[in-house]
Ligand binder design. Structure first.
Ligand code: AMP
Ligand code: MG
Length: 496
């Protein structure tokens, strides 16, 4: 009888694209695959049997030690603007696309092994990953998913029984990542900037067919593609801003064509509300600071538009005009989503003129007072329409608590005019103001335990808490607490 992993229904639409799009390469086996964690819920959503994936053969498959019969693994090629500078060729240097699975609802997902060995795009890299960044990405993507933000997912994480050398020796790891697409803005740039118009068109057709099939019969599917990518990216970044997420390395090669958060490197979540916050150790100019993210995403989409120009209209001037109109959707969609989200965060309908101003005024005061971003909004969610004991916890987030009091009295006036039952409004506010986010010091603890002691207990506990970020979990209150000043993590690393 054939081993059961050969029955995995892997498909290969991307690998079937012409040679120029990828390199055929098998994962390099690792010494001793060890399953740290299988995301059973996700496996089931994908229509995969967790028992099979968790079996000895399944673990060998997840580690890249066993390529199923008929599989056609590839490394994808792409290019990108990194910190604004053009890099003509990047590509999966340590990730291998094993194949695609179609879930019961018909959605197609890429199954990618990250840390699976060298590829033709590895440059001088070893093709491997330390277990630290694997744990960080697992935590980051699952936390974001539980918050309801579009993101790649983590299906499994493994140890390799090998060491990788970074600052010093560290245990090796593999992340099995799942995404509806691994095509990036940088994939388009790779072909566009070398003048390979045919491949740009082929890639655009592929993306439209796979991700935006409703565009196929439209008047101008390529323009539709640019508009969809623009809208989805704007909504994604707005959702980041509303939970205090900083991606940290929004290069065009880390910008998905379908608006999913991808490539969790030096990311972080705000503790105090500091709009200019940068955690990434390599971002010394603050290009990817929290408050720069909307502008950068828009800039990245302009790079996509440039490459698509020849497809938008035969007439160059007309093409530019169409591209500009499409890109204009970004500020529109971003602001609409962000502002609506802010109003929900303070429990207002937005029907009054002053509502938005009131929300922005709170942010201004939070900034001046270094109030904790997550905690302030969560505490606000519990407050009633009259000053009460709970105010103590909200106002204590502010250096000058009276600054909060002044705001809160205006807010309560407006709540009164809205005339909604407190309980109903509070329940809605709790659904948009998480109690739990992946605070940097918590992520760091889980990473350190994994790297230093191969202890995955802290990661497990965090995943459990973060899987229900909008629930009050009194037994886990310590995870909601802002870090003490001495525990604050102020830098995060790619740590590839
Ligand atoms: P990232 O910073 O993860 O977005 O990666 C940027 C580029 O460097 C991508 O082309 C990666 O595939 C490549 N890369 C990062 N780490 C490694 C590594 N350890 N070995 C080979 N390539 C790598
Ligand atoms: Mg990347």
């Amino acid at each position: 009888m054939a081993p059961i992993v050969d029955d995995l229904p892997l498909e290969h639409t991307y690998a079937s694209l012409p040679e120029a799009f990828h390199s055929r390469v098998a994962p390099t086996p690792v010494a001793e695959p060890g399953l740290v964690r299988l995301n059973e819920t996700l496996a089931q959503e994908l229509g995969l049997d967790p028992k099979v994936l968790g079996s000895e053969e399944g673990v060998r498959l997840l580690a890249g030690n066993r390529v199923p019969q008929g599989a056609d693994p590839v490394a994808m090629v792409y290019a990108g603007h990194q910190f604004g500078g053009w890099v003509p060729q990047l590509g999966d240097g340590r990730a291998i696309l094993l194949g695609e699975v179609v879930d019961p609802s018909g959605t197609r997902w890429d199954l990618q092994l990250k840390g699976a060995g060298q590829t033709p795009y590895s440059r001088r890299g070893d093709g491997r990953s330390s277990i630290g960044p694997v744990v960080r990405e697992y935590l980051g993507s699952e936390a974001m998913s539980a918050l309801g933000i579009p993101t790649t997912r983590a299906l499994a994480c493994l140890t390799t029984g090998e060491q990788v050398f970074r600052e010093g020796p560290e245990p090796g790891g593999i992340l099995v990542r799942v995404a509806t697409s691994h095509v990036r803005v940088g994939t388009f740039e790779y072909f566009g900037r070398r003048g390979d118009r045919e491949s740009v068109q082929r890639l655009a057709e592929y993306v439209i067919q796979r991700h935006y099939p409703h565009l196929e019969d439209g008047e101008n599917p390529y323009l539709g593609l640019l508009e969809e990518a623009t809208r989805r990216t704007a909504e994604m970044v707005a959702s980041w801003m509303l939970v205090g997420f900083i991606h940290g390395v929004m290069n065009t090669d880390n910008t998905s064509i379908v608006g999913e958060t991808i490539d969790y490197g030096p990311f972080g979540f705000l503790d105090p509300y500091r709009p200019g916050e940068v955690y990434s150790s390599i971002d010394w100019q603050g290009r990817y600071a929290y408050d720069q993210q909307p502008g950068i995403a828009h800039w990245n989409l302009a790079r996509l538009a440039e490459v698509l120009l020849p497809l938008l209209d035969a007439d160059e001037e007309a093409a530019v005009e169409r591209a500009q109109d499409a890109l204009e959707l970004f500020p529109q969609r971003f602001l609409a989503t962000y502002h609506a989200g802010l109003l929900r965060k303070i429990g207002l309908s937005g029907t009054h003129d002053g509502d938005l101003e009131l929300a922005l005024d709170l942010l201004r005061r939070m900034k001046e007072n270094e109030a904790d971003f997550t905690r302030t909004f969560r505490e606000l969610s519990g407050l009633g329409s009259a000053p009460e004991d709970g105010d103590r916890r909200a106002r204590s987030q502010f250096r000058d608590p009276e600054s909060f009091d002044a705001w809160a009295s205006r807010w309560r006036e407006r709540l009164a005019s809205q005339g909604r039952p407190d309980a109903e409004r509070q329940a809605e506010m709790r659904q948009v103001n998480p109690a739990y986010v992946l605070r940097n010091h918590l992520a760091q603890e889980a990473v350190d335990a994994a790297v230093e002691r191969m202890d995955f207990g802290p990661m497990e506990r965090l995943l459990e808490v973060l899987s229900r970020p909008y629930d009050d979990q009194p037994e886990n209150a310590e995870y909601a607490r802002p870090p003490r000043e001495e525990d604050r993590v102020t830098q995060t690393f790619c740590g590839t």
